[in-house]
Design a protein around this ligand. Structure first.
Ligand code: GLY
Ligand code: MN
Ligand code: MN
Length: 461
């Protein structure tokens, strides 16, 4: 069974994308979808996700398939499903039918691929079986997490140019992912007061995503330990006084993602200390979002948020000094060690399978400075880009209890004052912001982030 239908409008979008690629490269291109990985036997698999570069040009999450693109045309390579599939997985369309759905000019069994792609450029797929096959067929190393070489590098640059700014078809899908993600977060906020544990809130959120025939775009983070940045465990119970950080995003059947974080008090009322820090992060987020428009450097948006956080922490008596100087000395990064956000599209952290090739413009490399080293996007913004804006405040023991940090910043941080904020482990507020021709649109704006509205929503539950 195929998980989605390709309508005429999507078919036209796919044709346009192939034509756009043809304008940028004059060599043949072959893209693999990837295969599934067995958990314990071949029919019991980890959830399959087709490669995003493949999805971009085909729209269908086919398994163990490849496409050859040249001159704006698509040839599909796919084996017929074995006869036993009809019993276990239902009738599968023939490869000709699948090819017709996506507008292929020819279809071939996989065995034909070897003769037809020797001169083609490609991009490594993440699963080992597929990148091994890619390397064998193309007679060169094609490795994930390695910078592509020669024509593969030229192809990567061309695909980045296409995928950096979203076409109308993509934006429509991204809006759907945002809408469902907003609904999931509302459900989480409404569920928290009657939930005993993180798991129940996570279930309430993910059930909305599943009920809309979508899946999660990444492992949900629903935790009272928001200071653990990628905390995907969800076994803690909820205690009055806790803040719950929920970073959950939906993915449409075609693979388009949303990425939202909200942080809210489990009993519906922020403590005075939680309220004070929340307001600092919210103000930083608002200031950063307000800057988003074509031509603005994303690194400057990051810097604006850092300044707002530093100055808010000075006002609260946690930092001592002047915001510009504190940011220069990386003081903000003690509490906000990551970047202000990243690209969003077919993947959360869109195109980070290509390392920093997409996130960093020509001639730019990542800084090794604490506070900038996790900045994943450093380009001028362009209409059609979708970025997240996600400042945070975290009390990470590994950073703040480090004796070197304590002695280096013994004056610039008022450690006694900071100790009064012990009930704030982690706060992040994250929205998805589309760059428009003259400014921006927050695709996730329907989900409140203003503190009183967040409390009100939780209290309604
Ligand atoms: N959900 C992962 C992130 O916000 O980057
Ligand atoms: Mn994010
Ligand atoms: Mn997120």
């Amino acid at each position: 069974m195929l998980p989605l239908e390709i309508d005429n409008s999507l078919l036209e979008t796919l044709r346009q994308r192939r034509q756009n690629l043809h304008r940028l490269v004059d060599f043949p291109v072959v893209l693999w979808s990837g295969g599934s990985t067995a958990r314990n036997f071949p029919a019991n698999i980890f959830p399959f996700r087709a490669s995003s570069h493949f999805l971009y040009f085909t729209g269908l999450p086919l398994r163990n398939a490849a496409i050859r693109l040249q001159g704006g045309n698509l040839e599909l390579f796919l084996d017929e499903a074995p006869a036993s599939n009809a019993l276990w997985y239902g009738e599968t369309p023939s490869i000709e039918e699948i090819g017709a759905k996506i507008g292929a000019i020819a279809v071939y069994p996989m065995a034909e691929l070897a003769q037809r792609v020797t001169d083609a450029a490609t991009i490594a797929v993440q699963d080992a079986a597929t990148w091994t096959l890619q390397s064998q067929l193309l007679n060169r190393w094609v490795l994930p997490q390695q910078p592509p070489q020669d024509i593969d590098w030229q192809l990567a640059k061309a695909i980045i140019q296409l995928r950096l700014t979203h076409d109308t078809g993509a934006i429509a899908e991204l809006r759907k992912a945002s809408e469902v993600t907003v609904a999931a977060h509302r459900a989480g906020m409404l569920a928290v007061r009657s939930s005993q544990g993180e798991s129940q809130v996570r279930a309430a959120m993910e059930q909305v995503i599943m009920a809309h025939n979508m899946t999660t775009a990444y492992s949900s983070i629903v935790t009272v330990h928001g200071e653990v940045l990628h905390n995907d465990s969800y076994h803690h119970s909820l205690t009055p006084g806790n803040l719950l950080l929920a970073d959950v995003g939906a993915e449409t059947p075609g693979g388009w993602a949303a990425d939202i974080t909200r942080t809210f008090p489990v009993n519906g009322k922020f403590s005075p200390t939680q309220r004070a820090i929340y307001q600092v992060i919210w103000a930083a987020q608002q200031a950063a979002i307000a800057m988003v428009k074509p031509g603005i450097e994303y690194a400057d948006v990051h810097r604006e948020a850092c300044l707002a956080i530093a100055s808010g922490l000075v006002d609260l008596g946690i930092l001592r000094g002047e915001a510009e100087d504190l940011v220069h000395k990386n003081l903000h990064a003690l509490f906000f060690p990551h970047g202000i956000g990243h690209l969003l599209g077919l993947d959360v952290h869109d195109m980070e399978d290509l390392g920093d090739l997409a996130g960093y413009g020509e001639g730019r490399t990542r800084s090794d400075r604490f506070g900038l080293s996790y900045l994943r996007l450093n380009r001028p913004l362009e209409p059609g880009m979708l970025v997240t804006i996600e400042p945070g405040f975290y009390q990470v023991p590994a950073i703040l209890n480090d004796p070197k940090v304590r002695s280096q910043y013994q004056y610039l941080v008022n450690w006694e004052r900071l100790a009064e904020f012990a009930d704030v482990r982690g706060i992040r507020i994250e929205d998805d912001v589309l760059v428009t021709s003259n400014g921006h649109e927050v695709l996730t704006a329907a989900l409140p982030s203003q503190i009183d509205m967040v409390e009100e929503l939780v209290q309604q539950g």
